[in-house]
Ligand binder design. Structure first.
Ligand code: ADP
Length: 257
């Protein structure tokens, strides 16, 4: 396992890379916008073919960037080791805690003997970090962040593409501004952000989704404008952990979970 400081360094570098990409994207969009403006003016003597070629080249560079980014986020190189989700959560919480306003309270409810998950500890930490950062940013100066971790046996998974079986379910809940249905629909799109310029890259949740899917899991969203948001991550449990720790009692699923 990676040491804790190494892991937080990698978390930080992932954030820096994401920031750099947002900057590069701007550089890609500028020539497209300029070409469109010149074409709209439709002045005689304007080389339309050259402008279209410039715009096309920029679009191609942009889509190349997105592809690179998604493969980076999807973690082709991801490890597959038994990850203690509760330890990853503790690490993420100790990192985020320093950045919270005084009026934000954190509650953690981790079931004892949480199953392990086969996966990449740094990527999974990145997922939880992104969810916690969003919960923090949604709340401003006051609010409550609740993090839960539990073992659950899903016979009928509430998410498309997830196979029935034993899962570790992690929820990150906040009492922040919440989201409208229109926003919820777009939050997993790369570069979608409602945060002010320089604060959000719009890559947090698309990266998180890429990682969780590559682990065979899924993410569910439940949000009410003005009330808060609950993000639920399902990760398939490590079969060895399930064998040694046993199955839980099947629990009913609350709305949005
Ligand atoms: P970023 O955080 O850089 O904006 P994300 O992909 O992490 O990018 O999130 C995309 C958008 O989803 C955010 O800008 C915000 O509008 C919305 N969002 C995500 N999580 C929450 C949350 N917990 N509460 C309210 N809005 C959220």
């Amino acid at each position: 396992l990676e040491s804790r400081s190494l892991r937080s360094q990698r978390l930080e570098s992932i954030g820096i890379i994401a920031g750099g990409i947002a900057h590069d994207l701007n550089n890609v969009l500028t020539p497209i916008l300029m070409s469109i403006r010149l074409l709209q003016k439709d002045r005689p003597g304007v080389d339309k073919a050259a402008l279209l070629k410039t715009a096309q080249a920029s679009v191609e560079r942009g889509s190349q960037m997105v592809r690179q980014l998604l493969s980076f986020a999807g973690g082709i190189e991801g490890q597959r080791v038994a990850v203690e989700t509760s330890r990853v959560l503790d690490e993420v919480l100790s990192l985020i805690q320093h950045t919270l306003a005084k009026g934000i309270r954190i509650h953690t409810r981790l079931q004892p003997s949480l199953w392990t998950v086969m996966g990449d500890p740094t990527q999974l930490a990145q997922v939880l970090m992104n969810l916690c950062v969003n919960a923090r940013d949604a709340m401003g100066n006051e609010g409550e962040m609740t993090i839960t971790g539990e073992n659950i046996l899903l016979s009928d998974p509430p998410l498309l593409g997830v196979q029935p079986g034993p899962f570790v379910r992690i929820t990150v809940e906040d009492t922040g501004m919440g989201m409208t249905a229109e926003v919820v629909e777009r939050i997993f799109d790369p570069f979608f952000t409602t945060k002010e310029f320089g604060r959000g890259t719009g890559l947090g949740l698309s990266t998180a989704m890429g990682i969780v899917k590559s682990h065979g899991g899924g993410i569910n969203v439940y949000s009410e404008p003005g009330r808060g948001t609950r993000m639920t991550v399902y990760l398939p449990a490590n079969p060895d952990a399930v064998r040694s720790l046993g199955l839980p009692i099947v629990q009913p699923i609350r709305p949005g979970q």
